[in-house]
Write a protein of this length. Structure first.
Ligand SMILES: *[C@@H]1O[C@H](CO)[C@@H](O)[C@H](O)[C@H]1NC(C)=O
Ligand SMILES: *[C@@H]1O[C@H](CO)[C@@H](O)[C@H](O)[C@H]1NC(C)=O
Ligand SMILES: *[C@@H]1O[C@H](CO)[C@@H](O)[C@H](O)[C@H]1NC(C)=O
Ligand SMILES: *[C@@H]1O[C@H](CO)[C@@H](O)[C@H](O)[C@H]1NC(C)=O
Ligand SMILES: *[C@@H]1O[C@H](CO)[C@@H](O)[C@H](O)[C@H]1NC(C)=O
Ligand SMILES: *[C@@H]1O[C@H](CO)[C@@H](O)[C@H](O)[C@H]1NC(C)=O
Ligand SMILES: *[C@@H]1O[C@H](CO)[C@@H](O)[C@H](O)[C@H]1NC(C)=O
Length: 364
């Protein structure tokens, strides 16, 4: 007798969460400032971003961090990151600060910048992997030198109104709070040093804020039936229906089709579902003791190379995964009671890149 596979499961790709994500209840992004030295009229701080989410990456074109100064601070210099605008520094003579804006926006430097502009974990163009997938790539630091800022923990005022885009909306953030100073181990691990002052900020992610429509959908097929159960029409909304490109169209040959837009807007291949990503679940074997499926993830966005991706699958039988080929995987166990949810992701240097729509825009 053949046991039919229950098709009761939930897929999430790249991003999924309610205001609070039951599969990742502790998932947050933290921003930490450590003042490492005082200067005549300010301080030098190391800013650390940690993506403590299990599977939510900050993907290309990367994060954007903003804040508002509490006083008349200016950024004298930065290493590993830069502000997007310098602002009005006309009152400075001689050396000109890096940024004089009160409310400013910071982005990471792109790969390949000169060595003297790099900082420890520098220059991945703002991409931050999730902690669950790649803890080493989930952290980023840059250095900022601030003047006109006060020179003691009594006169320094914390920046306000932090904002984080990752890269789109979806993050909310709390106020900065002074916390016990971070301690650092020296390179030889024989001495501890301590920040002069530390504050941190918590950001949480919400899919509700990020987008109205899902960004992927699942279709099914099996070895025992020719027909494919497709993604329903307009699964991901059809507002882009007039702005899509037919895969056989001459436009494909146009130069610049794959050029990412500043606002991160997609250019989708025309499909009836209009999803940027489709997951196809094909049942290859179905026995009493086990079943085997082939999962294909297809990118329909001509303007997006997913430099890192993950796929979250919930299925009753996933409490007993025996073998997985071509993807890395680990269980997501937010609570004892959830043991049927796994995270699948690309193997480094093999299929961790999901290319733009086209002949190479899929992983299996
Ligand atoms: C400020 O620095 C003084 C010593 O310089 C220290 O005693 C005090 O605890 C610090 N306060 C805070 C809030 O870090
Ligand atoms: C910070 O944000 C709050 C609420 O969004 C706003 O009322 C306040 O004016 C902002 N402060 C600054 C200094 O921009
Ligand atoms: C802030 O720092 C404190 C003390 O190090 C730590 O307990 C807390 O978890 C940190 N919070 C965030 C959001 O990083
Ligand atoms: C194949 O699937 C279709 C659609 O679900 C169904 O109508 C049809 O009866 C199936 N055929 C067989 C042989 O099971
Ligand atoms: C994706 O990567 C390929 C190869 O690196 C590159 O040629 C292409 O322009 C990239 N596409 C986008 C949308 O960034
Ligand atoms: C998991 O699978 C193995 C063999 O594939 C089987 O022996 C075992 O009973 C299964 N465990 C559960 C909890 O289903
Ligand atoms: C998974 O959790 C369910 C209830 O939440 C429990 O009945 C089942 O025994 C668990 N399975 C394993 C393999 O731990």
């Amino acid at each position: 007798m053949r046991i039919f596979i229950s098709v009761l499961f939930l897929f999430v790709l790249f991003s999924h969460a309610a205001a609070y994500d039951p599969l990742d209840p502790n998932g947050i992004v933290t921003i930490k400032w450590d003042i490492v030295s005082w200067t005549p009229d300010g301080y030098v701080a190391v800013v650390t971003l940690n993506n403590f989410q299990m599977y939510q990456h900050i993907m290309n074109p990367g994060w954007t961090l903003g804040w508002t100064w509490a006083k008349k601070e200016v950024i004298w210099s930065m290493v590993g990151a830069q502000t997007t605008e310098q602002g009005d520094c006309s009152k400075f003579k001689g050396n000109i600060p890096h940024c004089c804006k009160k409310t400013l926006t910071v982005v990471e430097l792109l790969p390949g910048v000169p060595y003297n502009q790099q900082f420890t974990s520098c220059c991945k163009g703002g991409v931050l992997a999730s902690w669950g997938q790649d803890p080493q790539a989930a952290v980023l630091t840059f250095q900022v030198s601030v003047e006109m800022a006060g020179t003691s923990n009594k006169t320094v005022k914390l920046p306000k109104n932090f904002t984080l885009l990752g890269p789109g909306p979806g993050y909310t953030w709390g106020p900065a709070k002074v916390v016990p100073s971070t301690t650092f181990l020296t390179q030889d691990h024989r001495r501890k040093t301590q920040a002069l002052m530390t504050w941190n900020v918590t950001c949480t992610y919400s899919q509700f804020l990020a987008r109205k429509n899902p960004n992927c959908y699942v279709s099914f097929s099996s070895f025992y039936n020719e027909s494919i159960t497709p993604c329903p029409s307009c699964t991901c909304g059809c507002q882009n229906k007039n702005n899509c490109v037919k895969s056989d169209s001459k436009i494909l040959k146009m130069v610049g089709l794959n050029t990412p837009k500043k606002d991160n807007s997609p250019l989708l291949q025309c499909t009836h579902h209009m999803c940027p990503v489709r997951v196809h679940w094909h049942v290859k074997l179905n026995y009493n003791d086990y079943w085997r499926v082939k999962v294909s993830v297809t990118n329909f966005n001509y303007r997006m190379n997913y430099t890192i991706w993950s796929l979250i699958v919930q299925h009753p039988n996933l409490n007993n995964v025996t073998q997985v080929f071509s993807f890395d995987y680990k269980p997501l166990v937010p609570y004892e009671s959830i043991n049927d949810t796994w995270m699948f992701y690309g193997m480094k240097y093999y299929n961790d890149l999901l290319m733009e729509a086209g002949p190479f825009g899929n992983v299996q």
